[in-house]
Design a binder for this molecule. Structure first.
Ligand SMILES: NC(=O)c1ccc[n+]([C@@H]2O[C@H](COP(=O)([O-])OP(=O)(O)OC[C@H]3O[C@@H](n4cnc5c(N)ncnc54)[C@H](O)[C@@H]3O)[C@@H](O)[C@H]2O)c1
Length: 270
């Protein structure tokens, strides 16, 4: 018995990094998982890893910034597994630039990739989460059969501020606020809405960056971050996946509207 048996989940951006670790973890806990990513190859690989472990997974390559694409991701859950219970809004990315050099294109790109993506995926899920819960409530004396779960992804950068991330912290800070709003709107339907705020996690977003690299951060900043982490190590994708699995499960049924920092006790970001 897994704690997510009979649950159906979407994990956006699960071709790599935290999303992949989360998709694998939810599948190990018993959920059927829709693996979504922009990139086909890595997403197929995640599906393969889940299936190789005996789990259930379906693939939907889509850019969740686009509402029609987000609807396709949701439709994949319905077509493949018949319902939708859990949405993990993990897709996101960085394009760092010091504020004085920022332009609208970089600002909009990062706002879309980190905020609009979760907005659209969650909106597309409403007919299969809110409406289904409402119907259950009408048939079961005002209670849904079980709690459904939505998780957003903020960042320690939004809690502490981070040079070069005006665009990213604008999006990740907004996520903390919309998590509270949506928790209030959807709570009456037994839908919990929470967020994780990862600290420094080893993925391509935090790899050592050389001049011209799209992703990563300067090695000096990597070392500085390590010094600020009370537990003395950088995070691994599985550290975040563990919290996603908790927030997706009934163990968190009385938690809603919060953003959980998962930072190893990063000073200033707790
Ligand atoms: N790595 C960290 O230290 C860290 C810290 C704080 C927050 N985060 C957040 O965690 C999440 C995952 O980051 P990661 O470090 O695993 O990054 P990653 O780049 O390793 O993986 C992100 C995946 O999301 C996909 N993706 C991006 N935009 C997408 C879109 N519009 N539609 C579908 N897929 C999309 C990418 O193709 C990629 O495979 C992001 O929201 C990120 O901002 C990461």
């Amino acid at each position: 018995m897994g704690r997510l048996d009979d649950r159906v989940a979407i994990v956006t951006g699960s071709g790599r990094g935290i999303g992949r670790a989360t998709a694998l973890r939810l599948a190990r806990d018993g959920a059927a998982v829709v693996v979504n990513d922009l990139d086909n190859g890595p997403a197929e690989e995640t599906v393969g890893l889940i299936v190789a472990e005996g789990g259930q997974a379906a693939l939907c390559v889509a850019n969740t910034v686009d509402l029609d694409d987000a609807k396709r991701v949701v439709q994949t859950a319905i077509d493949s597994f018949g319902k939708l219970d859990i949405v993990i809004n993990n897709a996101g990315t960085t394009r760092d630039k010091m504020f004085h050099g920022l332009d609208d294109e970089l600002f909009d790109f990062v706002l879309d990739a980190n905020l609009r993506t979760g907005y659209h995926t969650t909106l597309a899920a409403m007919p299969y989460m809110r409406e289904v819960a409402k119907k259950e409530m009408a048939e079961n004396g005002g209670r849904p059969l079980y709690h459904r779960k939505i998780v957003f992804t903020s960042s320690v950068a939004a809690l502490m501020g981070n040079p070069g991330q005006f665009n990213y912290t604008a999006a990740k800070g907004a996520i903390i606020a919309i998590t509270k709003t949506l928790a209030r709107e959807l709570g009456p339907f037994g839908i919990n809405v929470n967020a994780v705020a990862p600290g420094f996690v080893e993925t391509r977003l935090t790899q050592a960056k050389s001049d011209g690299d799209t992703y990563g951060i300067p090695e000096q900043m990597r070392q500085m971050s390590l010094m600020l982490i009370a537990l003395g190590r950088l995070g691994e994708p599985e550290d975040i996946a563990n919290v996603h699995a908790f927030l997706a499960s009934s163990d968190s049924d009385f938690i809603s509207g919060v953003t959980i920092p998962v930072t190893g006790g990063q000073l200033g970001g707790m």
